[in-house]
Write a protein that binds this ligand. Structure first.
Ligand code: GDP
Length: 351
């Protein structure tokens, strides 16, 4: 899943990108591994030829938001539409050397970008409603024009109030229409406040309050010091853990970004413990075993017969898959089984 970094110029997007990539960043798109002690344990026990952790793809290839005029360039809008999640980096660090478009005001900067997304979508909705007004089909229930008009008439006042589309709920049919129009305010948006190094374990009150407000409204938000994290990312794992602890931090920038994205998309992880390749896979919570099979490979979904499922806690207690099977902890499940976070799967196929 692709996560696009957005934000005003010089707020620390590229610094956070490099920090999250942990020194492996080549170019401006990179796969950040999802830290997961359960996966580490499975790998240590199975000792596969190859271990493939779940990853989140981070992209720093969009243009910066313009502080004046049209905030989202067409190129940036296109990039935003292709991403599954937007990661808005907001400047919250003081510096006399790094220029900023106005005085330091993280809450205002965060809000102004949200408002711009809403206005961008409102223009699309208004335009479409004008066209629909000329269509005869809007009077025929069941016709796409009828459905669109009904939906857009509901969207318009909500957008006019400044509420992003992502805060609204839709039925299946409406979801399809919303997806089709690729509204930017419908994208899950995670907010990272880039605070100064001295503030990292104790963000300034204004930032802490903003994070609290955002979280209360269901938006994933966190504070990070991109500069500091970039330095830490250069260290080897042991030193890094020690330095993080020295700053009162428990997790790296990469882990914070990954967790935020997992939270915003409502993702869980399942595992396949093969001797050749042991893998962790991200999956939307509530997905079925058939969907998980399709995540592994389309052919596996096509030939799906049964899923052999061991819950992680049972695996952990038994100490190995073999032991878990022998202890009767494996259940055979059909296509409709809802995957639990941490499940170890083996899909039996007809092929
Ligand atoms: P971008 O334009 O948003 O990608 O911003 P960059 O990541 O290139 O950072 C712009 C400048 O801000 C660079 O000189 C960074 O070193 C600096 N910078 C980024 N994060 C911090 C921070 O937490 N504190 C300070 N003092 N400077 C920072």
């Amino acid at each position: 899943m692709k996560v696009l970094l957005i934000g005003f110029p010089m707020v620390g997007k590229s610094t956070l990108y490099r920090a999250a990539a942990g020194g492996d960043a080549k170019g401006d798109v990179t796969a950040v591994p999802v830290p997961d002690p359960r996966f580490d344990r499975i790998v240590a026990q199975v000792k596969p030829k190859k271990a493939t952790p779940a990853t989140v793809t981070l992209a720093d290839d969009g243009e910066a938001l313009a502080p004046t005029g049209k905030m989202f360039s067409n190129k940036l809008l296109e990039a935003a539409k292709k991403a599954e999640v937007l990661l808005h980096v907001v400047r919250a660090f003081e510096s006399d050397f790094v220029p900023h478009h106005a005085d330091l005001n993280p809450a205002r900067d965060r809000e102004s970008v949200d408002v711009e997304m809403v206005l961008t979508d409102l223009a699309i909705v208004e335009n479409r409603l004008e066209r629909l007004a000329k269509s005869q089909n809007v009077k025929s229930p069941g016709h796409p024009d009828y459905l669109e008009k009904r939906l857009f008439e509901r969207l318009k006042p909500v957008l006019e109030e400044g509420t992003p589309i992502r805060a609204m709920e839709f039925d299946e049919e409406e979801t399809k229409i919303v997806k089709n129009f690729q509204f930017v305010s419908a994208k899950p948006c995670v907010v990272a406040f880039n605070v100064g190094e001295a503030d990292v374990s104790n963000p300034p009150a204004a930032v802490a309050k903003e994070i609290e407000t955002l979280r209360a409204s269901g938006t994933v938000a966190f504070a990070v010091s991109a500069n500091l994290e970039e330095e830490l990312a250069q260290l080897d794992a042991n030193d890094r853990a020690e330095f993080l602890a020295g700053y009162g931090l428990t997790e790296s920038a990469g882990a914070k970004v990954v967790q935020a994205v997992y939270g915003a998309l409502g993702l869980i992880t399942f595992f396949t413990a093969g001797e050749n390749d042991t893998r962790a896979w991200p999956l939307r919570a509530g997905s079925t075993s058939l969907k998980a099979a399709g995540t592994i490979h389309n052919d596996i979904a096509k030939g799906f017969i049964r899923a052999e499922v061991v819950h992680y806690a049972d695996y952990d207690e038994a100490g190995s898959l073999d032991a878990a099977y022998k202890a009767g902890k494996m259940s055979l499940e059909g296509k409709e089984y809802v995957i639990q976070d941490g499940d170890l799967l083996h899909i039996r196929t007809s092929a």
